[in-house]
Design a protein. Structure first.
Length: 168
């Protein structure tokens, strides 16, 4: 349900620009390419919580399930995160509230263990730098001015993927 994230950023940026309102892209960012497209579409900031979940620096302990390592990721609007915040605010660990009072929007899930956040941030910043160069830009505002978005068909997307090679 809702509007796809890139469309939402583009629509909000059109109006936000006129009023000096910064736009935050929050949702759907899985790769540095997603973050770069959001910035190019007009976002001033991109939330990357799920990209960083599973790193050494993220809260939680590393779990092993079926021989693979995971960390629990709690989106800040998840039920568990909301209850945890309330517990810290009130200092109480008892839970007298009705669960129906909480409207969970985020998710709580196990995500693959990813190692250090430094490696993720290197990939993220490298992707943004690459996007800047594709747009002939040195700054994010230049990228936002120069960016051109083209709607891609399924056939066009398939054509743009690696082919006639064996991926490693």
């Amino acid at each position: 349900s809702g509007v796809p994230q890139l469309t939402a950023v583009m629509d909000c940026a059109k109006i936000g620009r006129d009023y000096g309102i910064p736009i935050i892209s929050d949702g759907g960012t899985r790769t540095s390419g997603d973050a770069t497209k959001a910035l190019a579409a007009g976002a001033s900031t991109v939330m990357v919580g799920s990209m960083l979940g599973g790193t050494d620096e993220s809260p939680g302990t590393v779990l092993t399930k079926n021989g693979k390592r995971f960390k629990v990721y709690r989106g800040m609007a998840s039920l568990a995160a909301s209850i945890g915040r309330k517990s810290k605010e009130t200092g109480s660990t008892s839970f007298d509230d009705d669960l129906n009072d909480y409207v969970a929007e985020g998710v709580e899930a196990m995500v693959p263990y990813k190692g250090t956040v430094v490696d993720i941030l290197k990939q993220l910043t490298g992707g943004v730098r690459s996007g800047l160069s594709y747009c002939g830009a040195h700054t994010i505002p230049q990228m936002q001015t120069n960016a051109e978005f083209i709607k891609m068909s399924r056939a066009g997307f398939a054509e743009s993927q690696p082919h006639d090679v064996s991926l490693m």
